[in-house]
Design a protein around this ligand. Structure first.
Ligand SMILES: [Zn+2]
Length: 142
């Protein structure tokens, strides 16, 4: 009994479409185009749409079924996902680079402050008037 539920074979003359109500896939011969058929899924009346592409049928051995359309969409989605991941990776790499530059800049600022402190210390040694320097100057004069 379950054998009757097998997916129908799709020939070059078949129209593949899905029920607008229950989305069940249906296959009918192209002579049924424009006719109203009863959906085996929900029992509703469904108008058979026009065939999608009739010109490629003779050269293509396997006509486009819903499965192949789905797998095409899936591979497109995967491709989009791959590109998205690539761009995200690039952004993260750039952000890491910026962070590294910021750390280097902070380190430079730190070194700059140390140099300025050293600079002030040297300047203070050159000028008289501060504690030890003043005493040595007084000793020198006396
Ligand atoms: Zn239906």
């Amino acid at each position: 009994m379950s054998d009757t539920n097998k997916a129908p074979e799709i020939g070059p003359r078949d129209i593949v479409f899905s029920c607008p109500v229950c989305q069940k896939n249906m296959v009918v011969d192209e002579v049924a185009e424009g006719l109203t058929v009863e959906c085996p899924g929900c029992g509703g009346a469904v108008i058979v749409p026009a065939k999608a592409n009739t010109s490629v049928e003779t050269s293509a051995p396997a006509p486009a079924s819903t499965d192949s359309k789905l797998s095409a969409l899936i591979s497109k989605l995967k491709e989009l996902q791959t590109q998205r991941t690539e761009i995200s990776t690039n952004i993260v790499a750039r952000l890491n680079d910026i962070n590294r530059q910021m750390v280097l800049l902070a380190r430079l600022e730190n070194t700059h402050q140390q140099v300025m402190q050293e600079w002030n210390r040297v300047l203070a040694d050159l000028r008289p008037g501060t504690g030890a320097a003043g005493n040595s100057q007084a000793n020198f004069k006396g």
